[in-house]
Design a protein around this ligand. Structure first.
Ligand code: ARG
Length: 567
């Protein structure tokens, strides 16, 4: 990795000159017009040695220039006032690293210092309720983070954590009974109709609302008739949900629901009791999770309602107990709407207080809202919250109207492009931020869009597909600036990847693959490979583009995007 190698050289030199430091951090250049990488650590050295940074910087640079194999690494190393070391890499260094990346399936990323077991909780659809755009966010952000963790070498366990035991179940059971639908005849169409109708009715009719809550409670207590209905509802709904995940290429290791946590509630309850954490308050059982240091009030977690029912927080605690017993994970990640952050803060604190799992293993990775052009949560033309299928259909419609598809294109390819449009638009945003849903912009073939990336890949594939480079070793040459810029960008891979991994932010990879594509297009427009007579140059460039496309494909896969055969 470029950064490490440069850091090691600078550290050795600093030590040789007698400066006491354990690291010489190297970063990408802030001024690519002046250099490729830079080190700003001179200030730190000057401070601890009580010396002038200029003196230190100049002595360091002078010493670096004296190393035996200087040109294996650098074209130039300069000190720039007030305290920067600017480094420009030599062609042989760039090509040596590219060659190592080429011969390794993970582009020479290496293995993590410690291989972690990470449970990821994402998707979280609610049985019998239609999935909306928020469910698309959790699904693709979660799936992307899972793939990034896997690529880094960690072990992941993805759990869909279905909302299968909430009030909506009571509402649907009530509706099914009211319409006297025989269980065997129940369809997804019925669920799609009944849930919204019952949910609206409950808002108007207090009696119905109470009845639905009662049914839910009885179901949780084991009422056989309700359990049978519930199973059927879960079955029908799961099939529908699985279809959506299949379309999105999102998959889970565990198809558990909130209901699966119930057997763990007694254990959690007794642990909490033993630690004196449960208190009574107005008939309910609560856990005080506040801390003296809290700047904003953190209200108590409600463990059990006064009617005896357990809540969202209770099942989350029980699920933690279950996950600790089953997998003893190093981390548990939750990918949900940012608006749930207080809920998770309460749950994590309670788990920590009870000694079920330490606070430090939890991460709540929140995401923002998808808005319409009015800046409010995105709605359909009729003013409803759009179902996911509506978004897929809309993207397809726009593709067809823009004539980006042709008659002999396979449906499968159209679906891949639809996926690329939606996912690249979403994942290029810092996940915490809201974004505006603009399907027309997302499907353009120029600009920072999924189709642009796909086009770039397919265009390059066409150029390289018939040229074999089996035994070619990349030469020491770099032929012009378009060429050099692209090579340098490929070297940045570990930096982009590390950011995505550490911050759990796929947008670092979306930015990175977009940058690669911009430079690839510039390269390709200015350097013509077909018809080149200089065989070495031709093979060097095909080598470069082969690596480029392998990287684009991998980045897309980490962003859950598949490549169509044609566009
Ligand atoms: N079903 C929940 C919702 O739709 C999301 C579940 C998230 N996961 C969890 N362990 N709480 O909001």
């Amino acid at each position: 990795m470029v950064v490490n190698e440069l850091e090691n050289i600078l550290l050795a030199v600093a030590k040789k000159l007698g400066y006491s430091t354990e690291s010489m951090r190297v970063i990408l250049s802030n001024r690519p017009d002046l250099c490729d990488y830079q080190c700003d650590e001179v200030f730190k050295l000057a401070k601890s040695a009580h010396k002038n940074p200029i003196e230190i910087g100049e002595s360091l640079v002078e010493e670096v220039r004296k190393i035996d194999n200087f040109s294996d690494y650098f074209d130039s190393v300069e000190f720039v006032k007030p305290g920067f070391i600017n480094m420009t890499l030599s062609s042989s260094f760039i090509n040596r690293i590219l060659s190592a990346m080429y011969s390794n399936p993970k582009f020479n990323l290496g293995e993590p210092e410690k291989k972690e077991t990470v449970v990821l909780d994402y998707g979280g659809p609610n049985v019998a309720k239609p999935l909306h755009v928020g469910h698309m966010r959790t699904a693709i952000v979660g799936e992307s983070i899972k793939r990034i963790l896997n690529f880094a070498g960690h072990k992941t366990i993805a759990d869909v954590h279905l909302g299968d035991y909430g009030l909506q179940i009571g509402q649907v059971i009530y509706g099914v009974q009211k319409e006297s639908i025989a269980l065997d005849n129940l369809t997804i169409g019925d669920l799609d109709r009944i849930y919204p109708a019952m949910s609206a009715l409950c808002k108007e009719d207090e009696e119905v609302k109470n009845k639905c809550a009662e049914i839910t409670k009885e179901l949780q207590d084991g009422n056989l008739e309700y359990r049978e209905m519930w199973k059927k509802i879960c079955e029908i709904s799961s099939e529908d949900i699985l279809g959506i995940y299949k379309y999105l290429d999102v998959s889970f290791d565990l198809w558990y629901g909130e209901s699966d946590a119930y057997p763990y509630i007694p254990k959690v309850e007794s642990i909490m009791k033993e630690k004196n954490l449960l208190q009574e308050s107005e008939g309910a059982i609560i856990v005080d999770v506040s801390k003296e240091t809290d700047k904003k009030e953190v209200p108590p977690l409600v463990f059990q309602k006064s009617n005896g029912a357990y809540l969202y927080a209770t099942t989350d605690l029980a699920t933690i107990q279950e996950r600790m017993e089953d997998f003893n994970p190093d981390k548990i990640l939750y990918i949900t709407d940012s608006r749930q952050s207080l809920h998770f803060e309460q749950v994590f604190r309670a788990a920590d207080l009870a000694g079920i799992a330490p606070y430090s293993i939890f991460e709540h990775l929140g995401y923002g809202t998808v808005n319409g052009s009015d800046g409010k949560p995105y709605k359909t033309r009729n003013g409803d919250s759009p179902k996911l299928q509506y978004l897929f259909d809309q993207a397809k419609e726009v593709l067809i109207s823009k004539k980006e598809t042709n008659a002999d294109m396979q449906d499968e390819d159209v679906d891949k492009i639809v996926n690329a449009i939606l996912k690249f638009a979403d994942l290029q945003n810092n996940r915490e931020r809201d974004y505006i849903f603009d399907i027309s912009k997302f499907s353009e073939v120029v600009g920072k869009t999924g189709p642009y990336i796909l086009y770039t890949y397919l265009r390059i594939e066409k150029i390289i597909q018939n040229i074999s480079i089996d035994n070619h070793k990349i030469s020491n040459n770099i032929y012009n600036n378009y060429d050099r810029d692209l090579r340098l960008k490929l070297l940045e891979f570990p930096v982009a990847f590390k950011n995505a991994l550490e911050y759990r932010m796929p947008n670092y990879l979306a930015d990175y693959v977009y940058d690669i594509c911009v430079l690839t297009n510039a390269f390709y427009q200015n350097n013509h490979i077909n018809g080149l007579e200089d065989e070495e140059k031709k093979l060097d460039w095909v080598f470069l583009l082969t690596l480029t496309n392998r990287m684009i494909k991998e980045m897309l896969s980490l962003l859950v995007i598949n490549i169509p055969t044609v566009m």
